[in-house]
Design a protein around this ligand. Sequence first.
Ligand SMILES: Cc1ncc(C[n+]2csc(CCOP(=O)(O)OP(=O)(O)O)c2C)c(N)n1
Ligand SMILES: [Mg+2]
Length: 313
Amino acid sequence: MWRIRAFEELALRGLHEKLVLGAIHPSIGQEAVAAGVCPNLDRHDVLLSTHRGHGHTLAKGADPLAMMRELFGRAGGNCGGKGGSMHIADFGVGMLGANGVVAANIVIAAGAAHAVKLKRESKVVCCIFGDGAINRGPFLEGLNWAKVFGLPVLFVCEDNGFAATTRTRAMTAGEGPSARARSLGIAAEEVDGNDVLAVDAAARQAIAALRDGGGPRFLHLHTYRLTGHTGADPAAYRPKEEVEARWKDDPISRAAALLEAAGHPTASLAEARNAAYAEMIAAYEAARETPFPPVDQAFADVQDVGDPRAEAF
Ligand SMILES: Cc1ncc(C[n+]2csc(CCOP(=O)(O)OP(=O)(O)O)c2C)c(N)n1
Ligand SMILES: [Mg+2]
């Protein structure tokens, strides 16, 4: 969680210093979701993420330097510096992609899991999406498909209470994410998403059930976005007091308190924090010094459609 927090604080610094090209969506306050879910996946398991995907991607094992280069549009970024924050993919660690289209990753996850089934592979697929995504059509399509074909997908609803500037509750009919999953016969569990141990336990159990061939599972994790929707959003649509109160529920402080209560030395917690910041500061500085991709590579790898001029007619 410290590594994710440090990466995103550095990414925000990069935004303010105009090093980041495009928008970034920080997950500060939501780190227990990434850290609780993703380490339960093996390297070859598949992960699908959202526009708010830095934490998920890091926790799946992606290289922070490649990610920082991607945010800065530099050569050596995960996608050659051409995707940016919302399109980071790293197939080497099973990270199939962040996604700027809300809910699109849900149907892609169903497709990836169907491929796993057809090829008789042992992988599982994990799809993390926001609470806003459950109000788009692909949510129903993806869950229905996964259930009908008994596919190994863990659907994780990372519920931070907001869809951009809107409180999701006000836009959601019925009982919400878990109830919708259960209505399709998918086993669903609701967990405090700021309690990293609870998330870890629920994810471990659900993933074990997937590996046993039990079909899709659903986790509804309650958390809170402590920053604005994007790095540039002052979040004026919610009272300052609400955010201040939520800082008291910061998942990192909570985990640190648990560790200290269990007798873990405070000094070693500080060491872990310092190591995380040192790693991410080094990534930031190295990315800043990395050249942009060469101009003659501008269109390489951008779209795999053969030659559109020849094929259009
Ligand atoms: C199909 C689509 N509609 C609208 C948007 C604009 N948009 C970007 S993020 C977002 C809110 C998503 O909320 P949620 O799924 O809860 O994710 P969160 O931002 O809270 O992590 C919206 C509406 C989009 N990217 N894609
Ligand atoms: Mg949300």
